[in-house]
Design a protein around this ligand. Sequence first.
Ligand code: 26V
Length: 818
Amino acid sequence: VFEMMDGFLKNDPVSLQKDILDHVEFTVARSRFSFDDFEAYQGMAHSVRDRLIERWHDTQQFFKKKDPKRLYYLSLEFLMGRSLSNSVINLGVRDQYMDALNQLGFSFEILAEQEGDAALGNGGLARLSACQMDSLATMDFPAWGYGLRYQFGLFRQVILDGFQHEQPDYWLNFGNPWEIERVDVSYAVKFYGTVEEKSLNGMNCKVWIPGETVEAVAYDNPIPGYGTRNTINLRLWAAKPSGQYDMESFGTGDYINAVIDRQKAETISSVLYPDDRSYQGKELRLKQQYFFVSASVQDIIRRFKDSHSSFDEFHEKIALQLTDTHPSLAIPEVIRVLVDEEQLSWKEACDIACKIFSFTTHTVVPEGLEKIPVDLLGSLLPRHLQIIYDINFSFMEELKQRFGLDYNRLSRMSIVEEGAVKNILMANLSMVVCHTVNGVSRVHLDTLKSKVFKDFYELWPQKFHHKTNGVTQRRWLVVSNPGLCGLISKWLGTDSWIREVDLLLGLREHAENEELQHEWRMVRRVNKIRLVEFIETMTGMKVSPDAMFDVQIKRIHEYKRQLLNILGIIHRYDCIKNMKDSERRRVVPRVCIIGGKAAPGYEMAKKIIKLCHSVGEMINNDPDIGDLLKLIFIPDYNVSVAEIVIPGSDLSQHISTAGHEASGTGSMKFLMNGCLLLATADGSTLEIIEEIGEENMFICGAKIHEVNMMREKGETIKMPLELARVVRMVRVGYFGHEEYFKPLCDSIESSGDFYLLGHDFPSYLEAQAAADMAFVNQKKWTKMSILNTAGSGKFSSDRTIGEYAEQTWGVEPCRCPF
Ligand code: 26V
């Protein structure tokens, strides 16, 4: 069917057109003479998929031939978003496809919007995994990603009367052209059962007799690099009933129920857990984790054994990266396979594990660390529990040697937490076995050393590192902001910054150039108008592009303080209401935009969403206010919404209570797009300040050491008057629902104000006022905006991945020839 050039698929517009039409006719099974936008999207996606597969094949063969050390990136969450634009850009065929589509009478942009998001993750951690896959491919690293193919990704947020409701995300209902089902790649994953001792060749062996077996089937998702032929693989596992059950159903006679029962195996990969706060010791979640880990480890070991006859070189060929502790069952699993199935000694197996595993933690608070009840683990994975106990036993012996019988220390560091319910502490397990633990920003590492992992730091200071997070400029500039992207290339005289992001620094020297400033404003204006249209479609609200667009989009959490933002908006509203006409003329018009999902069981977060709607309803319908102030809640925030909102924002807020945001990556996307930041000195913001200078941002709030001090002393500050006034308005029912909002008011006024809204409110208002002042001077604002983009280079995931490769994984580029 396809025309080939030098053995490769052809990419000229005529060949692409034919290719798209062939797919419309033979893959989508529609008439090539009459098909709609969605069918055209499908035809095009399949044609792009062919090109991905072609390169992906070559890459895998090349890796196989070269046999370099490979990196395996294990994450239970990947927030990939859409793939079409990203793929054609990375493949370097966007313009050709645009031509081809135009000739067929279709618009590339409209087709791209047909695609739904792949939302197999919650928030920061999951989008980071997606950005890092893009960098791994682009930088030619021989890497594989492993994850779970949830049938339902993160819930869809529906707002009814201002309240959040959750609906399932049927993302696979219309097919997924970006995955390749590998019915031939599947592994049996075992659960439950018992462990028996057997003697094998005179050696005492443990044999796990499982009680249940589920099949893991591979779905491969090609990840193309930019400016390279390399296309790496993200392998996601789906659960299927195991063939091994077939024999049983024959005997029972109850065929129908046997089939239905078997089908239950699929629940393991059916739904993503949407709460990113606390671990509830749920059996299904543990099953998901082990299912994922077991299939991945089997796959990795099979690939290794294909070309190696002993395990001597295992640690020289394999690095396993654990994204938080979610995949940390991989540690006992690798040891189990090596000892029980490959007959290595306990010591050999542990030595290997200590050399191949590294982990990155994405949380700051101890409550964020994963615990698994011993009873649960013992019933689901009896052999793994034994292994964990054995690891802990040697570790405790090592500690006694080092520190004597310091029982407090022993109990703090033990992998097994004693108490009413005994738990396995997955972070402690990871700390003991992994050769490296990374934090996600410099201050995050400080927190790990001085608080969360203090004892471990004293024991093994050399294990502690950090790799400040980054985001991929391919998605967050090239895909989502083509206008700015073209302008940057024009002024730098090259588009090489798409691979070498430090080149963006070259914009600094032009920051005051009037011509660039003018063009910069024009591009940003077009993006704002696109956002205005989007807001109207989503909410029915018309807003003016002349206003300052002030945005906070991220998961709703008390520590991220969307409440501070809303109270600030009430304050602004109240001020405007009380102004004389002459004063009103000086007000900088604002469109405040908030978006984000609350975990379904997180009551306070849900109240914040409702408050946002109630306040918005009052402000937006107040004829006294007009265009001076609007408050918009964008429903169902996700990756593709971010791609529209970020390029159209003037100001973005990152106002976590200092010390609570491990890193934060949203800020980096806004920074690249030339949006100014209003932020607290937390996580990655501290490093952004170093890159672009405090004078180009609006910083507010208590510093980390001040937060620590206030909390240690239990200091209560007097509620600032401005804050007391706006909280009062909420309390007395100015926005209705006073009973429902009471806990929000109490969290500030009667429950100790843990997140320090009282302390930070005055400086928050000052920072907002400074932003208003700066906005009035558009020349100055544009200069700051250009300097933001120019200074964003450090926050590319290319830099992060380069550091990981060199300092943590020890892997080198392996570039497939064109
Ligand atoms: C926790 C849980 C617990 C229950 C089961 C589901 C689940 C899923 C995720 C999490 C942890 C979420 C941690 C997270 O997303 N951390 C964010 O990581 C970003 C990337 O490193 C970082 O920028 C953010 O500051 C950090 O909050």
